[in-house]
Design a protein around this ligand. Structure first.
Ligand code: CA
Length: 227
């Protein structure tokens, strides 16, 4: 059960989402404008915020930036367009995840659960587990299906970065900045190459992915294939 803020101007969606999530035991507050949403979001009362991007009074990305500048509350953005450059922009602007309209309350709830799981994870946790992948950050050691995995330093950093955000789509721009410590500049082939090496070591391929799911033009996420 979570305390959820919904920022959505479409009254029909707002009411149906609110009641569906409330039926499932969540404590839900819903507002219809970006300004009311930002005001509520920064109250510190909510576990997670669902932010519609098409709001009448403020650009959704602008609202996201305002929320992000004040609070670390997880934000899931809801967008009407399955527009890759827009999604990348939002992930870069600090969105924790996104849903594309139309989406069901069940789908949204699954995303919220994943976001909440991540945000409540102990920050000092030094062993990351995603499915059969176990990463010991202190020992810089990875085990996969109970055997030790031989990774280069960069592969390790990349895998650990993804494993710290299980299920979350991260853009190549983020990876380049956080793992390679480089500004974005068309160097994403480097990331592709490292992902393909990692995939090989995890016994999968781009054609038959299990743990490493990529979406062209958007980014990559590490998932547990058994959940
Ligand atoms: Ca809208």
């Amino acid at each position: 059960m979570a305390t959820i803020l919904i920022i959505e101007d479409d009254q029909r969606i707002r009411q149906s989402l609110s009641s569906r999530l409330a039926e499932r035991g969540h404590d839900v507050d819903a507002v219809g404008t970006a300004m009311a949403g930002v005001e509520s979001a920064v109250s510190g009362r909510f576990d997670v915020v669902v932010l519609d991007l098409g709001l009448p009074d403020l650009d959704g990305a602008e609202a996201l930036r305002m929320i992000r500048s004040i609070t670390e509350v997880p934000v899931v953005v809801a967008t009407a367009r399955d527009d890759e450059s827009e999604i990348v922009r939002l992930l870069d602007a600090g969105a924790d995840d996104y849903v594309v309209k139309p989406y069901s309350a069940e789908h949204l709830e699954a995303r919220l659960r994943a976001v909440l799981r991540r945000s409540s994870a102990e920050p000092e946790q030094r062993v990351l587990t995603v499915g059969q992948i176990v990463i010991d950050l202190d020992a810089q050691d990875v085990r996969f299906e109970d055997r030790s995995l031989d990774l280069t330093a960069r592969e390790f950093d990349l895998l650990a970065y993804l494993a710290e955000r299980p299920g979350r789509m991260v853009s190549k721009r983020q990876i380049l900045a956080e793992v390679w410590h480089q500004p974005y500049g068309g160097a994403d082939k480097t990331i592709d190459v490292h992902l393909s090496w990692l995939r090989k070591k995890l016994g999968e391929s781009a054609a038959d992915p299990k743990y490493i799911l990529t979406r062209r033009g958007v980014g990559v996420r590490l998932v547990d294939p058994d959940t």
